[in-house]
Design a protein around this ligand. Structure first.
Ligand code: SAM
Ligand code: SF4
Length: 558
């Protein structure tokens, strides 16, 4: 008989955050550089994938949550490493039907009758943030779901008017909306363009009609193709979501789908491996192994080769973009620790050093806003080392790490801090270094949800030891992290001066500081600033998405 978790329901949704007990100092095994490679080899046999690719987050959702503040000025009170800038995510939960594979917070079918009220609350939530973000610019908006294009035209107008009334959206901002087949007549696509949408992400999954019917997705493929052709004509910058790994799926289903979309000129393609683990009951006696994993890795490798041949560039492990016509800025900027304002039920945001998530039920979401409170349900509190490691681990997981960029932003040389761990992973062939850039190799694919987590501060790993046994035994991430023991070769120490992109602000006040310094101090200061600017230029070479929609380099591509 299955033994279910007391922290997860039968659909593996977390029902209770674990309490972490303190007093674990000294329980983590000390760093033994000479044994690290051997230890990693043993540990990485344990389990493979727990966090699915697109839902991976550092820190993992295991920590005791702090009580979130009820107002935006308090939530956004910590200093930002990207000062003056933020992005916005909005969630619309409504969908025509509930797809069999989906584990998002969606309200299918007739639930859409609440959409009018829901949009009122979305706009009222924007007002709660307005004053604390005034003077800053919003560089991207992502309207996801659910299926936001399932909303009527007048509701879409209200959402976009609310955004412009309450936030300063910079010219050239990337504004994305998600769509599903059967919800995008030509007139709606034109309306979205007029409302300022610059990018459309269309979930089509596959062109195999038999597979679609098995997913409870009922629409005609020719209709979907017509909607997509209109979108390419009207908006241009269009992404499609495709999926693979279904039972009974023909071997070539994914590659034929990709070939067909390339033929109709789709500029951006995301490919997702079907993740069943999130929807399955967790059996705490067994590690969560995905038996299809190796097969999925092979399918992915074939799709990757095909997309490269077709001229797409890999901007994220599973996202491929035609550099002339597509963009993918919003999601990539998340890994720069750019603040992300979360609007709508269940949406996830990032206030400086405070990842947070909104209430999951519509009732509690409405009640909080009625009471004039932010509808934030859970929040983590990160110290500066955890914030740095959030950027380091996320970039390693999703793209690549530019060490000089992190040095510039945080004043910390991560290659020194994790020297022994990097060298052990290099030795095992899981991490490659190319000058300033470090990334995971294709051989790491099997462990790519676990390896980045090892680059967490040792103090955090020690904290994890205070988790209930269930977490330590049943989940690969905390298990591997705690069993590896200490992995830092030296402490993470921040320079006394203000770190991060905050230096950009410092430079603006530069002249003022010069007046109060003597000659030698001015020269030192200049040398440091020049060095930082050189580092910055080097790092920018690897951050093509910041330069606009034109991608000029992809060192992360493998
Ligand atoms: C938030 S959904 C929104 C897209 C849109 N509603 C649609 O499905 O047409 C974003 C994407 O996540 C992917 N996705 C959803 N559930 C998944 C699962 N269980 N495993 C893998 N990918 C999944 C699908 O490719 C989907 O298009
Ligand atoms: S349409 Fe998209 S969001 Fe809605 S249930 Fe299907 S996959 Fe999930």
């Amino acid at each position: 008989m299955k033994n279910y978790s007391e922290y997860f329901n039968k659909k593996s949704r977390m029902i209770r955050s674990p309490e972490i007990e303190g007093g674990n100092q000294g329980r983590l095994a000390p760093l033994q550089p000479e044994h690290l490679q051997h230890r990693l080899t043993e540990l990485l046999q344990v389990q493979n994938d727990y966090f699915p690719c697109f839902d991976w987050a550092f820190p993992p959702p295991l920590l005791s949550k702090r009580k979130p503040p009820s107002d935006a000025p308090t939530l956004f009170a910590q200093p930002s490493v990207t000062p003056g800038r933020y992005s916005v995510y909005l969630h619309s939960p409504f969908c025509k039907t509930l797809c069999s594979f989906c584990y998002y917070a969606v309200i299918p079918g007739r639930g859409v009758q609440h959409a009018d009220t829901y949009v009122d609350y979305l706009v009222r939530e924007m007002v709660l943030y307005r004053d604390s973000l005034s003077g800053q610019v919003c560089e991207s908006v992502y309207f996801g779901g659910g299926t936001p294009t399932f909303l009527d035209d007048d509701l879409l107008v209200r959402v976009f008017t609310g955004l412009r009334d309450n936030f300063t959206i910079e010219p050239g901002a990337e504004i994305t909306i998600e769509a599903a087949p059967g919800t995008l007549p030509r007139a709606k696509t034109a309306l979205l363009r007029d409302l300022g949408v610059t990018r459309l992400s269309y979930g089509i999954q596959t062109l195999d009609e038999a597979l679609l019917a098995g997913m409870n997705r009922h629409y005609s493929v020719p209709e979907a193709i017509r909607e997509l052709e209109d979108a390419v004509q009207i908006i241009g910058n269009v992404n499609i979501d495709t999926m693979y790994g279904f039972d009974g799926e023909p071997e070539e289903a994914l590659t034929s789908t990709l070939t067909a979309f390339h033929a109709i000129g789709i500029p951006s393609v995301s490919i997702y491996a079907l993740d069943k683990q999130r929807n399955q009951a967790k059996d705490v006696q067994l590690p969560p192994k995905d038996l299809q994993y190796e097969h999925k890795i092979q399918q992915f490798a074939r799709a990757e080769t095909l997309l490269h041949k077709m001229g797409y560039r890999q901007v994220l492990q599973n996202v491929f973009v035609d550099p002339q016509r597509g963009s993918y800025r919003h999601q990539l900027r998340r890994w720069d620790n750019l603040p992300l304002v979360a609007l709508g039920m269940n949406s996830q945001g990032y206030a400086p050093r405070r990842p947070y998530q909104n209430m999951i039920s519509m009732k509690s979401y409405f009640e909080a806003i009625d009471a004039g409170r932010l509808p934030v349900a859970t929040m983590d509190e990160l110290d500066p080392a955890m914030e740095l490691c959030r950027e380091l681990t996320s970039k390693l997981r999703f793209t690549f790490v530019s060490r000089s960029e992190l040095m510039y932003k945080y004043g910390v040389d991560v290659s020194r801090v994790f020297a022994d761990l990097i060298s052990a992973l290099n030795g095992l062939g899981y991490i490659a270094n190319d000058g300033d850039v470090m990334r995971m190799t294709p051989q790491a694919a099997y462990y790519n949800n676990v390896i980045p987590m090892l680059f967490a501060p040792d103090a955090f790993k020690e904290l994890l030891l205070g988790l209930p046994e269930e977490y330590l035994q049943g989940f690969p991430v905390p298990y591997v992290m705690t069993q590896l023991g200490f992995a830092q070769s030296c402490p993470i120490s921040f320079p006394a001066s203000v770190p991060g992109e905050r230096r950009a602000l410092g430079r603006r006040q530069h002249g003022q500081r010069h007046r109060s310094m003597n000659g030698a101090a001015v020269q030192n200061q200049r040398a440091t600033v020049n060095q930082r600017q050189a580092n910055r230029r080097r790092a920018d070479r690897y951050r093509p998405w910041l330069a606009g929609t034109q991608l000029t380099a992809t060192p992360g591509a493998s």
